[in-house]
Write a protein that binds this ligand. Structure first.
Ligand code: SF4
Length: 182
């Protein structure tokens, strides 16, 4: 794991194939976010304005599985520009909910989603919606992950504890505080 020596951490959060529930849990840190803001620069996130993942990020919390070509491109860029990459929640760690489609072919998934259940204009979109990969897979199958943060979603206290550990230069030990599905 890369040592973080900066006083103010450059932190990013993002979602691949996820439901943003992990981000909601992040927000459940509540008033402690004000305390964290004194030590953290949130440089990329659905919670802030920048649209392009920056060239240098100390810590990235990445929610969701790698399920589409866009997810794959995104996680490669994140890995390249991030010191500590955190698989944020069960979808990132195991593929969890997005992997429910893995028992079916992409063709069958498209058939179900864009034809059988379509109420108007049936057809697979070829613009804007990124193409699906054959399966939804956990992040570590594509790029190295530094910290696995289980939970669906991980509890706010655990996210807070993880960030304060990193700020203090401690290697986080999450085994006593997390479990899958909680
Ligand atoms: Fe949503 Fe749970 Fe997946 Fe987080 S781990 S993105 S809360 S389904």
């Amino acid at each position: 794991m890369t040592e973080v020596t900066r006083r103010k951490l450059r932190v990013a959060t993002t979602s691949l194939a996820g439901c943003f529930g992990c981000h909601m849990s992040f927000l459940d840190i509540d008033e402690r976010l004000i305390e964290l803001a004194q030590h953290i620069d949130m440089v990329y996130s659905p919670l802030v304005d920048p649209k392009q993942f920056p060239d240098h990020v100390d810590v990235a919390l990445v929610e969701g599985a790698v399920s589409s070509e866009e997810d794959l491109e995104k996680i490669k860029r994140i890995r390249k520009h991030t010191g500590i990459l955190i698989a944020f929640g069960d979808c990132a760690v195991t593929a969890n909910v997005p992997s429910m489609r893995n028992a079916f072919s992409v063709k069958d998934v498209y058939q179900r989603g864009y034809f059988e259940t379509a109420t108007q204009r049936a057809g697979v979109p070829d613009q804007v919606v990124p193409k699906l990969l054959p399966q939804a897979r956990p992040i570590h199958e594509y790029v190295p992950v530094d910290v696995f943060l289980q939970g669906c979603p991980p509890p706010a206290d655990v996210i807070y504890g993880l960030l304060t550990d990193l700020l203090a230069g401690r290697k986080p030990n999450l085994t006593a505080h997390t479990r899958f599905g909680r």
